[in-house]
Structure formats: C-alpha cells, structure tokens
Design a binder for this molecule. Structure first.
Ligand code: NAP
Ligand code: NAG
Ligand code: NAG
Length: 322
C-alpha cells in the first residue's frame, strides 16, 4: 500500500504569559481523504487494464426521501464517479413494504455487476421496518458498510483481514495512523457503543493492541475516563460535550460528531460542531480532528476503499477461473 505523507498542519501560538506554547496539530480529513481517493482512482485504472471495461460497482439502496440521506447519498455518488466506480442509486418509495425491500436486496445480491451494496439508514417508510433484518440480508461479500452480523462478528474476533470494516471507524483509524502515534499498548477511550461507530471502533483499537475502555450514557465518571486516554474517539451525538480540561495533555482526539447548533451569524441559521469542544480541546490535545473536514470525508473515502476491495476480490476470483 502506498504510504501516505503526514499532512497534518502544525499550528503554534504564543502562550498568554509570553512563553511559546504549542496547540494541537489539526489532522485534516479533507486532505487524507483526497489522497485515499487518488490512490483508489489509480487502482481502478489498473483493474481496467487487467480486465478491459471492468468497473467496481456500488449500489446505494434508499427507502423514502429524507433530505439528509439525499445529501449523504449524493456525496457518495460524487466520490464514486470521481474514482471510476460505477455507482447506482436505487430509491424505493416510502410506501414500500419490508418484503419489497428484502426482495430488492436479494436481487442486488445476485447481480454480478454490483460489488458493494449499502442500505442508506435510517429507512424512511410508512410501513414497519426492521433495519437489522434488512442490513443482515445484504450478502456479506457485498456488505461494504460492514454492518451485517457476519462482518461485525469477524471484526469483534479480530479477523480484520477477512471482513469489511465499518467506514466511520475505519476512517478514524486512518486518521490516527496519520498522526504517527502508535496504538499498541496505549490507553484508548471510545465514547459511544453504536453499531456503526462506537462498537466497531472499540474492536479496531483492541485488535490494534490498545487497552480500550468504552463509555456510554450510563458511564458515571466520563471526564475521569477521558482523562486517562492517550487516544480518544468520540461518537456520542452530543454537541461539544467533551471539554478541553477533561483531556490528558498531548492526547490524540478523533471527533466523529456531526451536530447542528443554532447560530444567528450563519445564513442557514445553524452551524455544524463535533462532540468535542474544539477551542478548548485544541489547547490541550496533541492532535485533533476538525468538524467539518475531519472524520466526515474519511467515512466516504473508506466506503470507496471497501468497494474497490470488494471488486478486487471479485476480479481475483474470476482470474482464478471461478
Ligand atoms: N462522520 C460521519 O460520517 C459519521 C457517521 C456516523 C455517525 N456520525 C456522528 O457520530 C455521532 C454518533 O453517531 P451514532 O450513530 O453512533 O449515534 P447513536 O447511535 O445515537 O449512539 C450514540 C452513543 O453515544 C452514547 N452517548 C450518548 N450520550 C452520551 C453521554 N452523555 N455520555 C456518554 N455517552 C453517551 C450512547 O450511549 P447508550 O448506548 O448508552 O445509549 C450511544 O452508545 C453522531 O454525532 C453522528 O452524527 C458521524
Ligand atoms: C498485536 O499483538 C499480537 C500479539 O502479540 C500480534 O501478533 C499482532 O501483530 C499485534 N498487532 C498490531 C496491529 O500491533
Ligand atoms: C473541508 O472541506 C469542507 C468542504 O469543502 C470545508 O467546508 C471545510 O472547511 C474543510 N475543512 C478543513 C478543516 O479543511
């Protein structure tokens, strides 16, 4: 794999007592994601020279018409097109039944031109839906979101080479790698235990040989737990919850949060902040990801990475005469 240059921006500021004091290095997801996309674009070109006309195929299945989902989907389709992935968007009406959604998943599973299938969540349907059942119907070989039980189970057991890793935590690991800080033996703290962020993040850090503590809404001494972290990953969905004075000096802080808070100065009337209070945290952390421009773009890049990986497996299989 191509080694990525550390593109982090070193910022320095004069301390208030005249002493020079360093603030955190901002780890840019925008730049790292753009490098990942460039690498993938070259890989896709290589695939096309191996099998002419070949393109990795991605299908995004949506139920209903949520505005936020539409935005996320268009970002994914744009990134895919830029890399040379053949991306399709299949939208079922919000009147679709669960059986119809399952039928669609099964027929896409059987389509050899599709190497990656994702179901955009949340499902926006007037009918009762069990999202768990639908994500588990996706063939594990095409589950590029890594949300099926098979892939999640492999990850939790440390079978990282043989599964699709969920995109947001995979992007967080890539950003941690960018800092040059080694993970093995470190104290890592994850806030959140959801299927798409916290739980797989815990697994990834654990199998990178960190000592991992996972915190959640019932954790009693959150600031104290956070204070022990050499590496902190936050996915709680609570605007600016983690304060700078909670942090261990020099910690690596990865902020997955996307929260909209009111801001009269903005035309839109709101602005986007993370789960970490950036201004205070960057006075104490060693490395910190911004919001926006941190984990968000990495999530999309990692979806492309998984799709290209899936297509590569597919090519190897047909080359082996399968
Ligand atoms: N950048 C991206 O591409 C991307 C992708 C996905 C998500 N996100 C963002 O990441 C954040 C988390 O997403 P999610 O889907 O994992 O959210 P989620 O399903 O709502 O899970 C939130 C987790 O945080 C825990 N939590 C909530 N409040 C807490 C508190 N006060 N103290 C400690 N833990 C608390 C919850 O604990 P319990 O388990 O006890 O309820 C839960 O485990 C959101 O801001 C979301 O927008 C970003
Ligand atoms: C973690 O530790 C195990 C056991 O010593 C080792 O085999 C593995 O290579 C280590 N992995 C990483 C990513 O450091
Ligand atoms: C990253 O890119 C987005 C979209 O172009 C932009 O809004 C944001 O300010 C950038 N963030 C950083 C830290 O470069």
């Amino acid at each position: 794999m191509m080694s990525l240059v550390c593109l982090s921006l070193r910022l320095r500021a004069a301390g208030c007592h005249g002493s020079r004091r360093s603030v955190a290095t901002v780890v840019s997801g925008n730049k790292t994601a753009s490098l990942v996309r460039q690498r993938l674009q070259m890989e896709v070109q290589e695939m096309r020279s191996v099998l002419s006309g070949f393109r990795p195929g991605l299908l995004v299945l949506q139920v209903g018409d949520r505005a936020d989902s539409n935005l996320y989907i268009s970002a994914k389709l744009r990134a895919a097109a830029q890399i040379g992935i053949d991306a399709k968007h299949l939208r079922l009406p919000s009147s679709a039944t669960q059986d119809q959604v399952l039928q669609s998943v099964l027929s896409i599973n059987a389509d050899p031109a599709v190497h990656g299938l994702i179901v955009q969540l949340p499902l926006d349907s007037v009918n009762p839906m069990d999202p768990e059942r639908i994500t588990n119907a996706v063939s594990p070989e095409k589950d590029v979101d890594g949300l099926s039980c098979i892939n999640a189970g492999k990850l939790s057991r440390g079978d990282l080479k043989d599964c699709f890793i969920p995109c947001t935590p995979n992007g967080c690991m890539e950003l941690i790698r960018q800092t040059g800080v080694s993970v093995a033996g470190k104290q890592a703290v994850v806030i959140g235990r959801s299927k798409i962020v916290g739980a797989p993040m815990h697994d990834l850090l654990l199998w990178s040989n960190a000592t991992v503590t996972t915190c959640h809404s019932k954790t009693l001494d959150l600031p104290e737990q956070v204070g022990r972290a050499d590496i902190l990953v936050v996915g709680a969905g609570r605007a600016e919850m983690v304060r700078g004075d909670w942090l261990k000096e020099g910690a690596v802080v990865i902020d997955c949060g996307i929260n909209h808070i009111p801001d009269e100065r903005k035309l839109s009337g709101h602005r986007v902040v993370g789960d970490v209070h950036f201004a205070s945290a960057s006075q104490r952390a060693g490395f910190i990801t911004p919001v926006p421009g941190g984990v968000g773009p990495m999530t999309v890049a990692m979806l492309m990475e998984n799709t290209v990986q899936s297509a590569r497996h597919f090519l190897l299989k047909i080359q082996a005469g399968g």
